[in-house]
Write a protein that binds this ligand. Structure first.
Ligand SMILES: [Zn+2]
Length: 145
């Protein structure tokens, strides 16, 4: 895979893409047949991955981003420096609304989010672009003890 040279080196896009592509293959998506992979790069330089996990009781299923965040937290990391997702289909696939809020919790407004298809990066967004005027941990500062 080539074509990642245009992105900032520190985003490690080629590495995140490979990790997301690999975990996408392990997605459990027998109902939607829409496997998704997600890879998170932390400020510490660690990569955590997740895939969607569906369920016969549909609402109980979880997104790839949720899985990657759970893996990140379980490993002891709490910040998202870069997020990359990959899905199939002809459209640009971005995080669902719920996952935008999940990413907001651990990212910053300028966290880059790469939306990929099988061939590579299709679009790049910042957290603020995907979830403008968002509600995050800062809003609760002073209220939560
Ligand atoms: Zn989602």
């Amino acid at each position: 895979m080539s074509g990642f040279e245009e992105f900032p080196r520190e985003h490690r896009v080629a590495e995140l893409f490979a990790a997301a592509r690999s975990v996408q293959e392990r997605a459990y998506a027998p109902y939607s047949h829409f496997p998704v992979g997600a890879a998170i790069l932390t400020p510490e330089g660690n990569i955590h991955v997740g895939c969607n996990v569906e369920n016969a009781a549909y609402p109980v299923g979880s997104c790839a981003e949720a899985g990657a965040i759970a893996a990140m937290v379980a490993a002891g990391d709490l910040r998202i420096a870069v997020l990359l997702t990959i899905c199939d289909g002809d459209e640009v696939g971005t995080c669902c609304g719920g996952c935008r809020q999940r990413v907001r919790e651990f990212g910053s407004l300028d966290t880059p989010i790469y939306a990929c298809g099988p061939e590579g990066v299709r679009a790049t967004f910042t957290m603020a672009e995907l979830l403008p005027v968002s509600f995050g941990p800062d809003n609760l500062r002073g209220f939560v003890r």
